[in-house]
Design a protein around this ligand. Structure first.
Ligand SMILES: NC(=O)c1ccc[n+]([C@@H]2O[C@H](COP(=O)([O-])OP(=O)(O)OC[C@H]3O[C@@H](n4cnc5c(N)ncnc54)[C@H](O)[C@@H]3O)[C@@H](O)[C@H]2O)c1
Length: 319
């Protein structure tokens, strides 16, 4: 519906920035909030405020006068970051999310959106590269990724409690590896597609790049345009349980490197570093519920999405 006032937290980050652009195209009035401005281009938000949402008063300020809250703000990064900053991640993100839930409730917003993660799924379901795709109900009995995964799972439940006890309509997605242009590609917080695109872009015509682990670990990847469309579709639905939002095509990290190598036109060999963190052995999204609930699913192929991502990262490295 046009004219509604929306708050996007984490609007200086990768997905939040794309989401603001998407909502502006749909003619919403948008306030973006973050502790930083978007890194690569200006925000299209009608208002952009620098606020640290670990402070409760800032959360109330952020949610003032809006009708919907999309809460994406989080202290996070790729596997290298989340395995080495557990206390910081847990503290920051629980504070942000609980403050935003309370501020949304007290401001009587009509919808609250929360971004959970595939990292909430139990380790015991992901110990082989040939993993069975993860269904929403596989989350329990819980054995989430230490730190980041437990914090996300706890906040999913907090959303449920706020809906059940206070009538705040909450919507929760579990993202599976979102990638695309304007995402972090260096500095330690980048995820595997961006890291691989960067390494290949920096490589010579014939070269070797480092791969974390043995390259046989598997994942599925979802392009950013599909991600923001999925978020929007969920927010138009009346579905309030956590829902997978990802693609269900599983590839090994080796295959991911090969796809990027093909795009680059270079000759790249791989050098494996088994001392680097590689996360669970295999992970894929079961999209049965996504298809049933939204009558839709992500459509961008990995090859197409990586062409856009590789070109953008290569361009950035030239700048
Ligand atoms: N990208 C993925 O593949 C993925 C997967 C699963 C879940 N998620 C979740 O989706 C959301 C968005 O992820 P993203 O990839 O855009 O990450 P991102 O790091 O690019 O964006 C998160 C933003 O939150 C901001 N932030 C951190 N601490 C803050 C604070 N105290 N106050 C205000 N803002 C703060 C950061 O500055 C950053 O701009 C996060 O909640 C993340 O956990 C992302």
């Amino acid at each position: 519906m046009k004219g509604k006032k929306i708050l996007v937290t984490g609007a200086g980050g990768f997905i939040g920035h794309h989401l603001v652009k998407y909502l502006k195209k749909k003619d919403y009035w948008v306030r973006g909030v973050d502790i930083k401005h978007p890194e690569f281009e200006s925000s299209e938000a009608d208002e952009f405020e620098l606020l640290d949402l670990r402070q409760e008063a800032n959360a109330f300020k952020a949610a003032g006068g809006v009708e919907q809250v999309y809460n994406l703000a989080a202290n996070m990064g790729g596997i290298g970051f989340i395995e080495t900053h557990k206390a910081e991640i847990v503290r920051d993100n629980i504070l942000i999310s609980l403050h935003m839930l309370e501020a949304a409730k007290q401001n009587k917003v009509s919808k609250f959106f929360y971004t959970s993660s595939a990292c909430i799924y139990p380790g015991y379901k992901q110990d082989s590269p040939n993993v069975t795709p993860l269904k929403e109900e596989d989350a329990y009995p819980a054995d989430a990724e230490d730190g980041y995964g437990w914090e996300k799972l706890y906040t999913e439940r907090a959303c449920r409690h706020y809906q059940e006890d206070y009538g705040l309509p909450t919507y929760t997605v579990r993202f599976h590896n979102i990638y695309g242009p304007l995402g972090t590609y260096d500095g330690g917080r980048e995820k595997s597609p961006a890291a691989i695109c960067r390494k290949v872009a920096l490589a010579k015509k014939e070269d070797q790049i480092e791969v974390w682990g043995d390259g046989n670990q598997t994942r599925s990847y979802c392009y950013i345009d599909d991600c923001v469309e999925g978020i929007y579709r969920l927010m138009q639905s009346d579905y309030h349980q956590p829902l997978n939002l990802g693609r269900d095509r599983m590839v090994t990290i080796n295959q991911l490197v090969d796809i990027v190598t093909n795009i680059s036109g270079k000759k790249i060999t791989k050098r494996y570093d088994l001392t680097k963190p590689q996360g669970v052995r295999g992970r894929n999204s079961d999209n049965t519920k996504l298809r049933n609930v939204l009558k839709w699913e992500p459509k961008t192929s990995l090859e197409e999405g990586l062409v856009h991502t590789y070109k953008w990262i290569k361009g950035q490295l030239k700048v």
